[in-house]
Design a binder for this molecule. Structure first.
Ligand code: SF4
Ligand code: SF4
Ligand code: F3S
Length: 374
């Protein structure tokens, strides 16, 4: 990575040091299950002055996925995303509005044909000619069909775009449909979650920018590095599950002791996601649903979140303990330590957890005034 490229990026990121930036790239590489040496390659992609065009379509959504991306408490993620890409169209973030915004989308499409990244959040209404989500006087389904064939890569962010999410909950009055079902035959990366983890999104974008191809996906179109394991495999309460120690009611003694939430309807045993390792909001340990004492409701899992009854017990995919195991003495609400996660989750998920630590450190440096960011 050339020094002049980095100094520009460093300025954009609020004065992040080269060392911390390289550490971040190396950890992101590990988070995607890549050899650590790939960090340098990621850094080169990030500092490439030619930023790829991104067109972000919002359909039936609550803006939670965008909010979660922008509400990161450290300077890295939102700056990386916004400085790394050229966000040519986003209904919430774009400066132009009305016809000018639609013009910006068409211009970005024609200038970057076959190269731009199309991000879609929200489900696509299909009933009554798609009238339940109109943008610039057009049903969003038509805009999606017009935009997608010209994109280089398509990412469906959030459970609404991936599976239908909240709008598709029974009785699904608008015929809410996931993006991949509208674009049958076209590869679509699903980053489910309500909202989706910003890290899973960022890692996918970084992978595509670095290698010019999509990461390895599972049979539901999810990146394997993020959705390869059940929450139940990495949960800090797993030793209680295996020992048969369950909370029976919210607030009972077992709940206060941090016992397993399975009998309160926790869907961790049937939900694939890296929440226990990566956590949310960069506020430190325990910041994920189960860490705060609430059962996972399977927000990211197809057919579980918004479909299965909240307090029904989960289907068990795995009844025996995993080979690798978090510490029995892990305390309630602390999340996995990086070391325990490394054992329990193998390199990928653990390193993504470590990314939170690095990102947080960058944020602390900003707070201490070292970053120079105002
Ligand atoms: Fe909102 Fe959740 Fe849909 Fe994202 S997935 S747009 S947070 S309802
Ligand atoms: Fe954790 Fe839920 Fe599994 Fe219990 S059932 S170990 S709380 S994921
Ligand atoms: Fe969602 Fe469950 Fe993770 S509710 S945020 S998938 S712990």
């Amino acid at each position: 990575m050339k020094n002049k490229d980095f100094s520009l990026l460093s300025k954009q990121l609020g004065g992040v040091s080269r060392r911390d930036f390289m550490k971040f790239c190396t950890i992101m590489a590990a988070g995607m299950g890549l050899p650590l040496g790939m960090g340098e390659k990621i850094a080169e992609a990030v500092t490439n002055p030619r930023r790829p065009s991104v067109i972000w379509l919002s359909a039936q959504e609550c803006t939670g996925c965008t909010e979660s991306l922008l509400r990161s408490t450290h300077p890295t993620l939102d700056h990386l995303i916004l400085d790394l890409i050229s966000l040519d169209y986003h209904e919430t973030l774009s400066t132009p509005s009305g016809h000018m915004a639609e013009e910006a989308r068409r211009k970005a499409m024609s200038e970057n044909k076959g190269k731009f990244i199309l991000v879609v959040d929200g489900s696509i209404p299909t009933k009554d000619g798609g009238v339940y989500c109109m943008i610039g006087g057009k049903p969003v389904i038509d805009i999606l069909k017009e935009t997608a064939p010209q994109a280089g890569a398509i990412i469906a962010i959030g459970s609404c775009a991936s599976w239908g999410g909240i709008p598709s909950a029974d009785p699904n009055p608008t015929g809410a449909t996931p993006v991949h079902q509208i674009l049958k035959g076209t590869p679509v990366v699903n980053i489910p979650g309500c909202p989706a983890s910003p890290y899973n999104f960022l890692s996918t974008v970084l992978y595509y920018l670095t290698f010019k191809k999509l990461p390895e996906l599972d049979d539901l179109g999810r990146p394997k590095f993020a959705y390869g394991r059940l929450i139940h495999e990495n949960c800090e309460r797993r030793p209680h599950f295996d020992a048969g120690r369950f909370a029976i009611e919210f607030g009972d003694e077992n709940h206060r002791k941090g016992y397993c939430l399975y009998k309160l309807g926790c869907k961790g045993p049937e939900t694939f996601n890296n929440c226990p390792s990566i956590l949310y909001g960069d506020v430190g340990s325990g910041s994920w649903p189960v860490g705060t004492g609430h059962p996972c409701f399977g927000c990211s899992e197809k057919g579980v979140g918004f479909h299965a009854p909240l307090h029904a017990v989960a289907k068990l995919h795995m009844v025996t303990p995993p080979d690798t195991y978090p510490h029995v003495v892990e305390q309630q609400g602390r999340g996995l330590t990086i070391a325990a996660a490394a054992v329990a989750a193998a390199a990928a998920a653990a390193a993504a957890g470590a990314a939170v630590v690095v990102a947080k450190k960058l944020g602390e440096e900003e707070g201490s005034g070292k970053s120079g960011k105002k």
